[in-house]
Structures are given as C-alpha cells and as structure tokens.
Write a protein that binds this ligand. Structure first.
Ligand code: F6P
Length: 363
C-alpha cells in the first residue's frame, strides 16, 4: 500500500528499500505501521458486524470493547455494519454495554450487507463519518466480503482496519476456525440426529441440505459426526449415478434408512437430488429437509466463545502495535495475521483426505 504524494508514502518506500533485504514484505509494512502508530496514537476505535451473522459475534464484540477499555481507548459500536456507518449510526460503548452477551447468538450491533459500500463514493462517505467522529481504527467482524470492504477503505484512506473472521461457512484461508462455524456444525448435528430417529422409525431416506454458501465444511463436519451415508460438497464432483447405484444395492439388501447430507453449494443441492432420486428410485420413501437459518442462530459453543474472545483481544492489540490491515486468524493454535490484501476463499483441498474418511466409515 503506497500513498503517493505524501511523506508517509515516501517514508514507506524508503523503509521498504532498506529493510526488504533483511525482512519479509510484511515485516517492513509492520515496521512502517509501528512508526506511524507511534506518531498517530490510536485513541478511539470502532467495531461493526457485517454480512451474515454468526454465533459468537457478540463474544467478539465484547472482547474488542473490553480490551479497548482496558488499554484506555474509547470504543464505539457501529450499528448494521457498513450501512450504519454510512448513516452515522454509532454510539460509545462501555464495559457494561457488553455485559451478559457472551452466551447470546446474533449480534447486538445488528448486521447488514451494504451495496453502497462497494462503491468508492460509499466508502468516501464512510471515511468522512469515521473522520468526523475521530475514529482512529476499525474492527470489522464478518466474512470475506466484509474484509474486501475493509481492504478498499484502508487502501483509499488512512484508516487502519482489522478483520475478525465471523462466518458459519469457514470459507476463509489462513485460519483453522471462523467464529460461528463450530456452533453451526453442532446445530446441524443436533438436527440430523433427530431426523435419523424418525428416518429409522419409518425406514426412510432423508436428504438434508445444510448451509455453507459455496463451501462444504458444514456438510462435511456435520455429516461425518452423524454417520451420514453420503456427503455431497462443492469441493468434490458429485457422482449422482454412483449414489443411485449404491441406493439400489442398499434397497436390495433392505438397508432403507439412509442419510445424505448435501451442502447448499453442491452442484445438485437438496432439491435437485431429491427430484432425481424420486424419479429414479420411486419405491424409496424419500424426504427432503433443508435446515436453513436455524444454523445461524443459537447460543455459541464454548469453542466459538473462546476463539471470538481470543481474536477480539488480539484485534485491539494489532491496532495498538501498528499491525494494520490484517485479519486475525488462528492457525495451529497460534495467532495468524493475514494481510487483508491476501484474504482468499478457502479452496477445496479438504476433499480427498476427508472423503476417504467418509467412504471408509460409511461402507
Ligand atoms: O454466509 C453465511 C450464510 O448463512 C451462508 O451459509 C448462506 O448461503 C447465506 O449466508 C444465506 O444468506 P441470507 O441470510 O442472506 O439468506
């Protein structure tokens, strides 16, 4: 990130020149940011939640607010994500503003998807609101779309942004966990276990569609944990013929209770697969159940509360240390700071290794 025509930009280039031989690119960025942080001194920060909500966002907000206050900062909450920012809907938060929320699903700051913030004009408006309210740093809790907004804002204006991965989809590379994923998986497990009871009572085949947008992690984890007979995920090509053949073979040996967990992003999806099976195997008693938004709600699991608290704490530390424009992930149980510029969709390398587990255990 270079700011042409300003002394900061020149300084940054200079530092890069000196240190690039000794340090990695990010180290020279960090050094530059630390120097400007010393000059700038972060006094007031703001936090918002953006995109689809996820259980644990409240725990993350709590951690940001309490850590900020602990370090003597003023912390502002922005309502309804970037939409609230553009409308200057923000308020000062105190320690007690976040009392009794760690166990609650949803987000006390509410969330939204804001089209206007995709535009340079929208971000200019956002920056002006931040400037007017003397906000020195912004913590954005959301998914990769929300991180893109933060990246553009930080590129165009001198506002350090920190991202916290809050999404049930776990579709962001560079972190083993995203806030809300574990709760969503456990909610799906709970529902699938219940469905298996009734499937068993009636000798039925159930197709259960779970969320995840274009990622199959919820399907994979909940499917393995419930002993699903098949798991269909977008990271792996779905062989519908093989599924039909195996169901025919099971029908012959009277194994009629079967659970197929399908990720919503799979090429077939729940409805298509249901139609195909109804057409090709009309004698099977088949039902379709789409779990839907139930997976986004509910009290966060212990794991989600823990990672949200840890990430929220480190987000504030990042701002204070001058580690700007990164998202805070956890990789191999260590904090991992990924430059927002490098935020990438997690791609499907999971498939082969995990699918072998699925095939072996459901054989
Ligand atoms: O990204 C979270 C998520 O719940 C996805 O799993 C799902 O595809 C999408 O959001 C649903 O979005 P909406 O709440 O806008 O219907």
């Amino acid at each position: 990130m270079y700011y042409k025509n300003d002394t900061g930009g020149i300084m940054k280039l200079f530092l890069k020149g000196i240190f690039n031989d000794c340090f990695k690119h990010e180290d020279s960025n960090l050094l530059y940011n630390q120097l400007s942080a010393m000059k700038k001194k972060i006094k007031r920060i703001a936090v918002l939640t953006s995109g689809g909500d996820s259980p644990g966002m409240n725990a993350a907000i709590r951690a940001v607010v309490r850590t900020g206050i602990y370090y003597g900062l003023e912390v502002y909450g922005i309502m309804r994500g970037y939409q609230g920012l553009l409308e200057e809907d923000l308020f000062k938060m105190e320690s007690r503003s976040v009392a009794n929320i760690i166990q609650r699903g949803g987000t006390i700051l509410k969330s939204a998807r804001c089209k206007e913030f995709y535009t340079p004009e929208g971000r200019k408006k956002g920056y002006e609101v931040l400037k007017k309210n003397e906000i020195d740093g912004l913590v954005v809790i959301g998914g990769d779309g929300s991180f893109k907004g933060a990246l553009n804002l930080s590129k165009e204006y001198d506002i350090p942004c920190i991202g916290l991965a809050g999404t049930i989809d776990k579709d962001i590379a560079g972190t083993d966990f995203t806030i809300g994923f574990d709760t969503a998986v456990n909610t799906a497990i709970d529902a699938i276990d219940k469905i298996r009871d009734t499937a068993d009572a009636h000798d039925r085949l159930f197709i259960i569609e779970v969320m995840g947008r274009d990622a199959g992690y919820i399907a994979l984890h909940s499917g393995i944990a419930t002993g699903a007979e098949n798991i269909l995920i977008p990271e792996r090509k779905t062989d519908a013929e093989a599924i039909i053949t195996s169901l025919q073979e099971k029908e012959r040996r009277k194994k009629l209770v079967n659970i197929i967990v399908v990720a919503e992003g799979d090429e077939y999806g729940g409805i298509e697969l249901y139609r195909l099976i109804k057409e090709r195997l009309p004698n099977l008693d088949t039902r379709l159940c789409t779990l839907g938004h139930i997976q986004r709600g509910g009290s966060p699991t212990g794991l989600d509360r823990l990672i949200a608290s840890r990430m929220g704490y480190h987000a504030v530390e990042c701002l204070l240390e001058g580690r700007y424009n990164v998202f805070v992930g956890i990789l191999n149980n260590r904090m991992n700071y990924v430059p927002l510029e490098q935020v990438a969709k997690r791609k499907g390398r999971i498939a082969e290794e995990w699918m072998k587990v699925v095939e072996t255990l459901s054989a």
